[in-house]
Design a protein around this ligand. Sequence first.
Ligand SMILES: [Fe+2]
Ligand SMILES: [Fe+2]
Length: 268
Amino acid sequence: MKLLNNPNLTVLVLGDIVGRIGRNAVIRNCRFLKEKYHADLLIVNGENATHGNGLIYKQYLDLVNAGVDCITMGNHIYGKKEILEYAKDANRLVVPANLENLEDELKNNVSFEQIVNNVRVKVINLLGIANINLAVKSPFIAFKEIYEADPEPIYIVDYHAELTAEKNSFGYELDGRASLMFGTHTHVQTADERIMPEGMAYISDVGMCGVRESVIGFDYQEVKKVMWEGGSYSVAMKGKGMLNGLVVTIDTTTKKATSIERINIDVE
Ligand SMILES: [Fe+2]
Ligand SMILES: [Fe+2]
């Protein structure tokens, strides 16, 4: 008897992990979620995983050992400088491909590839333009160059950007070439998930994994004080956790998405 290839690729995405409560929420629940949704690939955004800013190697390994397949980053890429030392050993780490003057140590981490159900799947991370405060190349040009150099794989794009309109327009730019674009960076989940006209699954922002009663993962009482008095605030270290994410099914023969479902779960 010949086994038929499974034509579907199921991708589970979890939004920006913020601090310890976010990390633990992912680490303790990701195998269960992968099984529940029959996910072939689990992608998380890890740019705020280490105390809200960057990602150290130990915590990269903790996430990978827990079952995370791919960790994308964002504007906090250099939040922990040790990334420059460990990136060569971190083949599941994906850094923004359109950062100007990307450090040489990170140049092999601009994409992640995995064969799933006999097809190549490629994950890339691109920074947006508005309010990012880093020198970036146009994400439109960057994606065009990456895609035209290698149009074969199924593309999954983490578009790490601030503005919903910018994310919308980049979505229409990618639709027909990528199979999934998920936004990250605002830490607030949007309710506009859909399959675009040419078959790409889309959401403006998947949200975050961190403390629910917080200001995008940071201590809300400290943030309120800062609004009145100035000063600084830190990652929320107490309170119930939440997991925000997305499950997408892609037909690997057509490269088009067939379903998209938002996840917003409370975690003890
Ligand atoms: Fe973030
Ligand atoms: Fe960010």
